[in-house]
Design a protein around this ligand. Structure first.
Ligand SMILES: Cc1ncc(COP(=O)(O)O)c(C=O)c1O
Length: 498
């Protein structure tokens, strides 16, 4: 997209005519749309005169809004060629919150990534001892170290899915796995079926390939097999990306009957199923037993993706793919242009962690349960109008707001020291505005405090009117007592690690 017309911008920003001051409300709305991706960066905005006519306001109002956006770095103007959307230069922000996550002093409730397990250091120390055995080699193994592939295969066998190490390729995180699998399977214009809501970085990976994204709605209760099958047939989806195990963000768990039905449908419609099992090992309650989706596969059309990130730690950047031995080798060739191979030390650490599966899983479940309980009771206490189903596993609560826009709320709450992941991050075409994902991967007290801050931000928003809420914090400071230790909290676009 190269430019936006006045009518398109008016539709996207939807500023109530009574908003005061209107120019600020307009600027805030444009900024929010840039941040949630609905107004792309580097597109030309309509001429001030045209937008003023369409919105039925004076030209000076639109000029003031554009000036404000320019001042804040969201608009650049070039002599004679109009105004273009932009993002502020991070280097120009002295207290840049997104160069290093956590250093911004904000609570990162937009990311569902648990901290490292207590066994990590021990596993690392043991892995260091293992290194000399590998040091004589060249250090590049595009398929992954045999010692780790064996453990991953053994884990699939323990979950009831016969697997040989040759069927495994180790990747640099499951995001990398998604990227190389989609890179191999999808080309420009190919339809990709995704759940809505879904995991946003998977959509990103497909978009890079030029794939056409076809969403199919799911809820807390999960998948309606007839709907998914129908979408598969009507879109002639070449690939479907599914998360049957504690789906991110809804936390839904697919039952075996649905797994069998969807695998059968994929067979009939010649669709490859890319099944992301990143959260699969993290059941928190008693759940009916399920088998990995690939256990229902009879003709090698299910490709399973796994990760060490949720069970152990995202900082290890280790994931994997389970598929046929032939496709695993093709993926190894395909990754040559991305990273060639995954780091040896981290693979050795994950191999050691697999040896502590029982103890580390128990610890992770214990902490996630405690955090889930704290989050659920804090939301029920402070935000009783919010609606959700408590997930039986995984790490995220998918919440329906009682009113208002999640993007606006996230903007306002960031000024109170908490970053949120609004629903549209998980949707395909800017949908899911009334939803929010709240992860429970942080300690209980952090979650309780964060929910209290969300409630406070909502209270201020309700008192000041939605647009007034943006105006009061401004870019340059917060009224006393907001944010960590009363610090100024600049709200810059975050790189969404979700
Ligand atoms: C469903 C899902 N897939 C993939 C990833 C990426 O994880 P990683 O690349 O750290 O393995 C995540 C991380 O949040 C996720 O939730």
């Amino acid at each position: 997209m190269r430019y936006l017309g006045a009518a398109q911008v008016a539709r996207l920003v939807d500023v109530p005519p009574q908003a005061r001051p209107y120019y600020r409300a307009l600027a805030d709305a444009v900024r929010a749309r840039i941040l949630d991706g609905r107004i792309p960066v580097r597109v030309r905005m309509p001429a001030e005169r045209h937008l003023a006519e369409t919105l039925d306001v004076s030209r000076t109002t639109v000029t003031a809004a554009y000036d404000l956006l320019r001042e804040r770095g969201y608009l650049e103007s070039r002599q004679g060629s109009g105004s273009w959307t932009a993002l502020p230069d991070p280097a120009s922000t002295p207290d840049n919150p997104w160069l290093s996550t956590g250093a911004d002093g904000l609570t990162h409730l937009h990311s569902a990534a648990p901290p490292a397990p207590s066994a990590l250091l021990e596993a690392m120390a043991e892995a260091v001892e293992d290194v000399p055995r590998y040091g004589m080699g060249n250090g590049y193994d595009p398929m992954g170290l045999p010692v780790l592939r064996e453990r991953i295969a053994a884990r699939y066998c323990a979950r009831g899915l016969a697997t040989r190490p040759e069927q495994i390729i180790v990747t640099t995180g499951s995001q990398h796995a998604i990227q190389i699998v989609m890179g191999l399977l999808l080309g420009p214009g190919d339809p990709l079926l995704v759940e809505s809501p879904t995991y946003p970085h998977a959509i990103d990976a497909a978009r890079v390939r030029g794939a056409r994204i076809v969403p199919v709605g799911i809820s807390h209760e999960g998948w309606q097999p007839d709907l998914v099958t129908c979408a598969m047939r009507q879109s002639a989806a070449r690939v479907a990306y599914l998360m049957p195990d504690f789906q991110n963000p809804t936390g839904a768990l697919m039952d075996d009957a649905t797994r069998a039905a969807l695998t059968g449908a994929a067979r009939r419609h010649d669709t490859t199923l890319v099944v992301d099992e990143t959260w699969a090992e993290l059941a928190l309650d008693e759940v009916p037993p399920t088998s990995p989706m690939a256990a229902f596969d009879t003709d090698s059309r299910v490709i399973s993706i796994g990760s060490a990130s949720k069970l152990w730690w995202g900082g290890l950047r280790i994931g994997w793919v389970r598929t046929t031995a032939a496709l695993a080798r093709r993926l190894a060739l395909h990754r040559a242009c991305v990273d060639i191979a995954s780091p040896v030390l981290e693979q050795l650490v994950v191999a050691r962690l697999f040896d502590r599966m029982e103890e580390t899983t128990a610890e992770r479940r214990r902490t996630l349960r405690a955090s889930r309980e704290a989050l659920v009771s804090a939301v029920r206490e402070h935000l009783p109008g919010w609606d959700f189903t408590v997930p039986r596993g995984g790490g995220t609560l998918w919440v329906r707001l009682d009113s208002g826009s999640a993007v606006s709320l996230a903007e306002a709450v960031a000024r109170h020291g908490v970053r949120l992941a609004p629903g549209p991050w998980f949707g395909v075409e800017g949908t899911l505005e009334g939803y929010l994902r709240l992860p429970y991967t942080q300690p209980p007290q952090v979650l309780r405090d964060a929910v209290a801050q969300i409630a406070k931000a909502r209270e201020h928003g309700a008192r000041d009117g939605e647009h007034g809420m943006y105006a009061r914090g401004g870019e340059h400071g917060l009224p006393g007592g907001y944010g960590p230790a009363g610090r100024t909290v600049p709200v810059e676009p975050v790189i969404p690690v979700v």
